[in-house]
Design a protein around this ligand. Structure first.
Ligand code: DGL
Length: 271
């Protein structure tokens, strides 16, 4: 008997456009999956918000994604994965599977870098929550995690500053911090950062592996769907994109992040 849920969409959310880097990796790897994307632009940036605020936004977004019959909800934001994953998982219960962007990268680190020193950059919420450190320590593989909060980066990228001299100076200032000395790999712990991956690689001149989670997360979603007989074998309708606040800059950036034209629907979380 065919599992009818197979043709249900995958729900994805982020504070803004960052999660589109993950959405794009998913559509590339699984072209038959339909996506429902929510960018909570009214509350961006999440990285400076309290855990309680991010949890409240995440629950509201999940209500919409559940109404749209999503088979899986992927929290495509490190800040929300750090602050709200456990709560959202409990809230959603058996209605959908909830996945986050932190666990796949931690398991990749465990397989690839046992006994090594790894760096992490991300928002204040992600770094200060210590979620990465706790999960890496739980692996018990002798991995030392050095982390540094880089709060300007997501805002800088949202404003379109990447691949230019402004972004280069900000990146240099953050990466030269002693917190990140002597690392062998660097986790890009924010879904906005793949857009500045090249600049970060240039800074390290090949001496540090720069780990962009989007492909690793997409592979994790694919494995999950296949193992649970939930992978779709045909695309049923186009992807749908919601934003809680509509701005022109968001619409423009959407094209850059997703590498195609997308139609955004305005959906305020609170009326
Ligand atoms: N994309 C979000 C993340 O991965 C960060 C952006 C924000 O601060 O809203 O952490």
């Amino acid at each position: 008997m065919e599992n009818e849920k197979r043709h249900w969409p995958i729900g994805i959310f982020d504070s803004g456009i960052g999660g589109l880097t993950v959405a794009q990796a998913i559509t590339k790897l699984m072209p038959n999956e339909k996506l429902i994307y929510f960018g909570d632009t009214a509350h961006l940036p999440y990285g400076d918000k309290s855990a309680a605020a991010i949890q409240a936004y995440s629950v509201k977004i999940c209500n919409l994604l559940l109404k749209q019959q999503c088979k899986v909800i992927l929290i495509a934001c490190n800040s929300a994965s750090a602050a709200a994953y456990e709560l959202v998982k409990e809230y959603v219960g058996s209605k959908a599977k909830v996945l986050n962007v932190i666990d796949p990268i931690v398991s990749y680190i465990g397989n690839t870098y046992p006994g090594k020193t790894i760096g992490l950059i991300g928002t204040k919420q992600t770094v200060n929550s210590n979620v990465y450190r706790k999960k890496v320590d739980a692996l018990d593989l002798g991995i030392e995690l050095k982390s540094h909060a880089t709060p300007l980066l997501a805002a800088m990228i949202e404003e379109g500053f990447f691949n230019d001299t402004i972004s280069e100076s900000v990146i240099h200032a953050y990466l030269s911090d002693p917190d990140l000395y002597n690392i062998e790999a660097l986790i890009l712990g924010c879904t906005h950062y793949p857009l500045i991956k090249k600049q970060i690689e240039n800074y390290y001149k090949g001496k540090v592996d720069v780990l962009d989670a989007s492909q690793i997360v997409a592979q994790h979603v694919k494995n999950y769907l296949e193992q649970h007989d939930l992978a779709s074998d045909k695309l049923t309708g186009d992807h749908h994109f919601y934003v809680s606040d509509f701005t022109r800059s968001f619409e423009e950036s959407t094209r850059i992040f997703f590498k195609r034209e997308v139609e955004l629907e305005h959906y305020p979380l609170w009326e």
